[in-house]
Design a protein around this ligand. Structure first.
Ligand code: WTA
Length: 666
């Protein structure tokens, strides 16, 4: 990351021994760096031994015959074993006598006279509700392996719907509530899904997001009759359209549902869910995850990275939305098997006031708090007075995820939120990896602000050149993972070529392909990893992945645009913002009105997260002699490194800069 690299360097060199190693959350699962190193070395020497011992912590109906079989790019974990994710998150705790313990705490966004609405669901409640909803799914024709689309706000029924799918082996495809009708339609079509679970609306910063309307619009795009069933949970009581025969209220279908529906023993390698994520080319791809490997991987990483301990008065909170992988793995699937309550918050961090998160931390005595650098930067901007109003002394471990954290934000998080006493786990991972790949372990790994530090057990991460040779200390290279791990993706839904091309074609070692993450990285003299950002055409906006091609094709779908190029630009809060350079069709004039119209158009095509931060109109895009758009030049212009006359009333002419650049380059 060019934005933070300078800072990282100075902190590294000025204070190389920075190591808070706080002790507030002790005892730690891993007590020292030496213990980590020894365990790590053993896990890499014999991954099967490490992972079979980890898998023994879970419930299996049938034990696996072999731990792993691997022929790159295809891995199978816990081969022949049968298990169930919902059983391990919920039923198992009931069976063990913990039915009365709280599994999920939920807090709604609106704050009434008596405070916000809070629900505490015990494992027994969750067993009953997931069984009932599983029966509803079965009654509507859902069978093992069918894809159930879920597009809901952050309400308890979202967790119940997800876990109900897991109960019966239906494959869920959760779509983030911020995505548009077009994005929903694309995902429903790609997965050939026949059923959608949604809500009338979702609360966001005091307003209603019309989820059911978006679903209705999406289903029109998909074509009549393709989706047979829509089940909607009432939440905001906003008026919605209704298609008789297809649409059902959640409360109606649940009313008579039977409370008994045993978890189905599923093959370890069966697909548990699809989650769509952006790539360099084309439409978002459906990343496929499994039952057994994903379960073992998320539960194990959760336990060690967050130091989860049952019956230790812990209250864990991850602020992500379940629509992203972070919510899948670290609100639900990884946390719940550890029998530590997980908090789900419905709304925005600044509603009704900018101290909402700290108010939640104080009231619920949060012990582990997991959020994104973009949120931390926003909190910094809103001012220290908001967290300072609250007692945050319950906090033990602080986590971040989604993008590189700039050292300034790291220090603020450490001092202002953690009171200088909580370890920070900067967890590097991806939708594709299922769970954490490179992360400090609290209490064991000395941290350096801006570095995700060391690989998790069993993760053979390396920084290599194009030939697969490890590069030297402090040299940049490609981040690869040389051995398989249980949580790895097993495919891109319906597109084997894309799976192979994207992840397994860039680097070979000893003639065999290795997993290439798509990120640039370097290791310092201590072997610590520093993620340097994406090396493909993916940009990371507020920790959310977007393909520049996705935004470009949405732009040219607008009548006024002939050609568009999208690049990332530094952004104070989002980390990376979206800059669009585009040329207009004849008859259209550059104006601020057109800019606003285009921003709304993008929100409609993809979602509000993809709204450009800057739109610049030009006669023609700067191209090389061979006709390639000069993206590096556009990035410099967007970053303000190159001065170009910017007059909104006329079209900009980048050709002059382009020519200068090209002649300078050759
Ligand atoms: C980036 C989110 C630096 C990276 C879990 C990766 C990070 C992409 C970090 C995956 C981190 C995630 N430090 N960069 N701690 N965590 N990234 O699939 O570029 O939404 O490839 O998964 O986010 O984003 P995704």
């Amino acid at each position: 990351m060019s934005t933070s690299d300078g800072n990282i360097e100075s902190i590294l060199h000025e204070d190389r021994s920075f190591d808070p190693m706080p002790s507030k959350g002790a005892p730690w699962h891993i007590g020292s760096l030496d213990e980590y190193k020894e365990l790590y070395a053993r896990s890499i020497e014999d991954p099967a031994a490490y992972w079979s011992q980890a898998a023994e912590q879970m419930h299996w109906y049938n034990h696996w015959r072999s731990v792993v079989s691997y022929e790159a790019p295809d891995a199978k974990w816990f081969v022949g074993g049968t298990t169930n994710l919902c059983y391990n998150c919920v039923d198992r705790h009931v069976k063990d006598g913990f039915g009365d313990q709280v599994g999920i705490v939920w807090e709604g966004e609106p704050v009434g006279d008596n405070g916000p609405e809070i629900l505490r669901l015990t494992y027994a409640d969750l067993q009953r509700e997931t069984a009932k909803f599983a029966n509803v799914l079965l009654a509507h024709g859902v069978r093992r392996g069918d894809v159930v689309t879920i597009y809901m706000g952050m309400i308890p029924e979202l967790a119940i719907a997800v876990l109900a799918c897991a109960r019966i082996g239906a494959v869920h495809s959760v779509i983030f509530g911020g995505f548009s009708a077009q994005a929903i339609a694309d995902r429903i079509e790609d997965a050939n899904s026949k059923i959608v679970i949604t809500c009338d609306g979702a609360w966001r910063r005091g307003s209603v997001v019309p989820l059911k309307d978006n679903v209705d619009e999406a289903l029109e795009l998909v074509g009549e009759g393709k989706v047979k069933t829509v089940i909607a949970r009432q939440r905001c009581m906003n008026g919605i359209g209704w298609t008789e025969g297809r649409d059902h209220w959640w409360h109606d279908v649940m009313q008579d549902a039977i409370e008994d529906c045993p978890c189905v023993p599923l093959d370890s390698e069966e697909m548990s869910f699809l989650l769509y994520t952006s790539g360099s080319t084309g439409k978002p791809k459906g990343i496929q995850h499994t039952v057994g490997g994903y379960m073992v991987y998320t539960a194990t990483t959760s336990k060690f990275a967050f130091n989860l301990v049952p019956d230790a008065d812990q209250m864990y909170w991850c602020t992500a939305d379940i629509g992203w992988i972070t919510g899948h793995s670290y609100i639900l699937y990884g946390i719940m098997p550890n029998r530590v309550p997980t908090l789900m918050y419905e709304g925005a961090p600044n509603h009704p006031e900018p101290d909402r998160f700290w108010d939640i931390v104080e009231r619920h005595k949060i012990t582990q708090f997991y959020t994104a650098p973009t949120a931390i930067r926003a909190f910094m901007k809103w001012g220290d007075e908001h967290p300072k109003k609250h007692d945050l002394s319950s906090l033990q471990v602080l986590g971040t995820v989604g993008e590189p954290i700039n050292p300034e934000a790291w220090m603020w998080y450490h001092n202002v939120i953690g009171g200088g006493e909580c370890p920070i786990v900067d967890t590097y991972w991806q939708t594709e990896t299922g769970g954490h790949m490179i992360t400090p372990l609290p209490g064991a790994t000395p941290t350096k602000p801006g570095s995700c530090t060391q690989p998790f057990f069993g993760i053979d991460a390396a920084v290599v050149d194009a030939d697969g040779n490890e590069v030297g200390a402090n040299e940049g290279g490609l981040l690869v993972v040389r051995k398989p791990w249980p949580g790895m993706l097993r495919g891109v839904y319906g597109d084997r070529d894309r799976f192979v091309d994207t992840y397994w074609s860039t680097v070979k070692i000893d003639g065999k392909p290795v997993y290439t993450a798509g990120d640039g990285a370097r290791r310092d003299d201590d072997g610590y990893f520093w993620i340097m950002g994406r090396i493909d055409d993916v940009i990371n906006v507020s920790g959310h992945r977007l393909g520049t091609m996705e935004v470009e094709s949405a732009m040219v779908a607008h009548a006024s645009i002939v050609e568009a190029a999208v690049v990332g630009m530094p952004h104070e809060i989002k980390g990376t913002g979206i800059a669009v350079f585009c040329s207009l069709a004849t008859g259209f004039t550059a104006s601020d009105d057109l800019r606003s119209e285009l921003r709304e158009h993008i929100a409609k095509e993809i979602g509000a997260i993809a709204k450009p931060d800057m739109i610049r109109f030009t006669d023609a895009l700067p191209k090389t002699r061979s006709g390639k758009i000069m993206r590096r030049l556009l990035r410099s212009i967007a970053a303000g490194e190159l001065e170009v006359n910017q007059d909104t009333s006329t079209l900009e002419d980048f050709s002059v800069v382009a020519k200068l650049q090209e002649s300078g380059e050759s």
